[in-house]
Design a protein around this ligand. Structure first.
Ligand SMILES: NC(=O)C1=CN([C@@H]2O[C@H](COP(=O)(O)OP(=O)(O)OC[C@H]3O[C@@H](n4cnc5c(N)ncnc54)[C@H](OP(=O)(O)O)[C@@H]3O)[C@@H](O)[C@H]2O)C=CC1
Ligand SMILES: O=C(O)C1=N[C@H](C(=O)O)C[C@H](O)C1
Length: 270
């Protein structure tokens, strides 16, 4: 199958990297794995990625030279760290490859570099790539718009003990959706990290709470608390394959798109 897009996975030794390698290797009718990028100094560099993962060889050697493999690819799927992702954005743009970014914890300076790279190639970025969560995002916007700011919005997220950023990228995505539904900017109404004598809740604010423990893949509740009633929108992820499937779909969707920044809502038509 030489006519399907060739994809590179970055951060291959990671939780998402390995999930993506398994997905792409098992879908030869949709895509080819043409590169696997690991961190310089990682023990997997120079090994076949399939064998490094404890399975059969896949004929792709893990490299720490992204540009070499990006040049042979039509797409790059990247779930790593903010610092690595901005480097990959520049290199993927140079190679004119579609860059799918799942990495979270991106700060304004990272986003500015991603926007610059997107002038040269399509970049699809989302704090959550799953179909169900993106549907929940669309619902959150609608419910926030319908209920208005007499209803307090609180977003509660739970993740595994290894997660390094908070609130999750998904929680922020849901917060943006609720704020957009109310016609306000999230930055102006966000309440993060309450502790001590906080005073009463400010009307119109959107609160965030983060729980960390065990192997929780990802759970998100959007709570709308009114007078005498509550509405809760909930998404529970039980398998990282949902994010990998969304990322593969995005990489394929991006193949005929003009340079620019896109989200999973664009990919899914939501
Ligand atoms: N948008 C979405 O749907 C989802 C987003 N995520 C996000 O994806 C990111 C990764 O998550 P997860 O897989 O759980 O994390 P892991 O820590 O398991 O994986 C990250 C991987 O990136 C590697 N890495 C770091 N720096 C580099 C570099 N410069 N070059 C190549 N590889 C590098 C790490 O290598 P090493 O360990 O050697 O440092 C590691 O293998 C997080 O930001 C997470 O929030 C996760 C799931 C879904
Ligand atoms: O780090 C994770 O694991 C996840 N990160 C993303 C986030 O920050 O929202 C998506 C998913 O919830 C898993």
């Amino acid at each position: 199958m030489q006519d399907v897009p060739g994809l590179v996975v970055t951060g291959v030794s990671g939780r998402m990297g390995q999930t993506l390698v398994r997905l792409i290797a098992g879908a030869p009718d949709r895509a080819r794995l043409v590169g696997a990028v690991g961190r310089a100094g990682h023990s997997w560099i120079g090994q076949d990625v399939g064998e490094a993962m404890g399975g059969p060889a896949l004929g792709v050697v893990v490299t720490d030279d992204p540009l070499e493999v990006f040049a042979q690819a039509q797409g790059v799927i990247d779930f790593t760290t903010p610092a690595a992702t901005v480097e990959f954005a520049g290199l993927a743009a140079q190679a004119r490859a579609v860059h799918v970014i799942g990495t979270t914890g991106l700060e304004p300076e990272h986003l500015a570099r991603i926007a610059a790279a997107a002038r040269h190639a399509p970049i699809i970025r989302a704090g959550n790539m799953s179909l169900g969560l993106n549907l929940l995002t669309a619902l959150t916007r609608k419910v926030a718009e319908a209920l208005g700011d007499d209803w307090d919005v609180e977003i509660v997220e739970s993740h595994h003990r290894m997660k390094v950023d908070a609130p999750s990228g998904t929680a922020l995505m849901l917060g943006e959706a609720a704020a957009a539904g109310r016609g306000v900017s999230l930055d102006a109404v966000s309440d993060r990290g309450r502790d001590g004598i906080t005073g009463a809740r400010t009307k119109g604010h959107i609160g965030f709470a983060s729980l960390r423990g065990g192997d929780i893949v990802g759970e998100h509740d959007v709570l709308f608390a009114g007078e005498g009633e509550r509405v809760v929108l909930r998404h529970v992820a039980t398998d990282r394959a949902i994010f990998a499937r969304g990322a593969l779909r995005a990489a394929l969707w991006g193949q005929d798109k003009a340079p620019g920044e896109y989200t999973m809502m664009d990919v899914l038509g939501l």
